[in-house]
Design a protein around this ligand. Structure first.
Ligand code: G3P
Ligand code: CA
Length: 263
């Protein structure tokens, strides 16, 4: 019956720990990724930036300023320099209610360290950020995926840049891709746009803000996955699940877990 259907719908929703459990701990640190695991996140979301010496690191911004005690562009610093920075104290200052002395002084992880820590069978949802600033980042990402024998069945690579996704697709067509989208007003997508995205991607990741049921159903019926970002309250989670999304990004994976359990 209807109730059973609703339960089925809840069960399969992919819970993506956005920047780790970044509502509770400093984003893109091993601590926040670990917390995402404990809170039943299915995937760890990792944003990528690249250092001056070509190392991929887990960081959202092109600049060090917001999430470390450094300043300036990541691309102007070597990994050795980035490793000296404190990636946790900013969080304690900004979110005193979640502050923890253990966060002070923690390091920015490299993608390599993330793979070493969580292993080849963990589900990773990796974003190529600013690919136009970092030529070669797709190739380096693929090199590390292969070096650590990451399970490609459960690996997703996402980007706002279709050029970056097409490059990934060209380098290794077996990598599953998600096209990120950003709407500033009521979301709408044409059949032609869906057809174009389906050539290389298995899904789309739109901001949830301007989504509507018609959009979600159109995308799902086309056979694409849809994982809106970044959903941090239970009411919105429930609404989106009801509309038929197949997963979502959240800074609070524990809340989505509760929603999935019907709580
Ligand atoms: O990758 C999904 C979502 O994280 C996209 O926005 O700016 O948080 O990376 P952003
Ligand atoms: Ca992201």
């Amino acid at each position: 019956g209807e109730t059973g259907m609703a339960k089925e719908k809840h069960k399969d929703i992919i819970n993506v720990s956005h920047r780790g459990a970044s509502g509770y701990a400093p984003e893109h640190t091993i601590i926040s990724y670990n917390m995402g695991e404990k809170m039943h996140g299915d995937y760890i979301e990792v944003d990528l930036q690249m250092t001056k010496d070509g190392k991929l690191i887990a960081m959202h911004d092109e600049k060090l300023d917001r999430t470390t005690n450094g300043t300036g562009l990541v691309k102007d610093y070597t990994l050795e320099e980035v490793k000296k920075l404190d990636a946790g104290s900013w969080f304690n200052e900004k979110y005193p209610q979640y502050a923890n002395t253990e966060y002070a002084g923690i390091q920015v992880p490299t993608l390599e360290e993330v793979f070493q820590t969580f292993g080849k069978n963990k589900k990773y949802y990796i974003e190529t950020k600013s690919p136009e600033v970092y030529p070669g980042m797709e190739k380096e990402l693929l090199r590390l995926v292969n070096k650590y024998d990451i399970n490609k069945e459960t690996l997703l690579v996402q980007s706002f840049s279709s050029a970056s996704l097409l490059k990934m697709n060209e380098l290794d067509p077996s990598i599953k891709l998600v096209q990120l989208l950003s709407y500033r007003t009521n979301a709408a997508i044409t059949d032609a746009e869906i057809a174009e995205i389906k050539k290389y991607a298995i899904g789309v990741g739109p901001n949830y803000t301007y989504l509507n049921q018609e959009y979600v159903q159109k995308v799902v019926e086309s056979g694409l996955e849809i994982h809106p970002y970044t959903v941090n309250d239970k009411e919105t989670m429930k609404k989106l699940i009801d509309w038929g999304v197949t997963g979502m990004f959240t800074n609070f994976p524990d809340l989505l877990h509760e929603v999935k359990k019907g709580k």
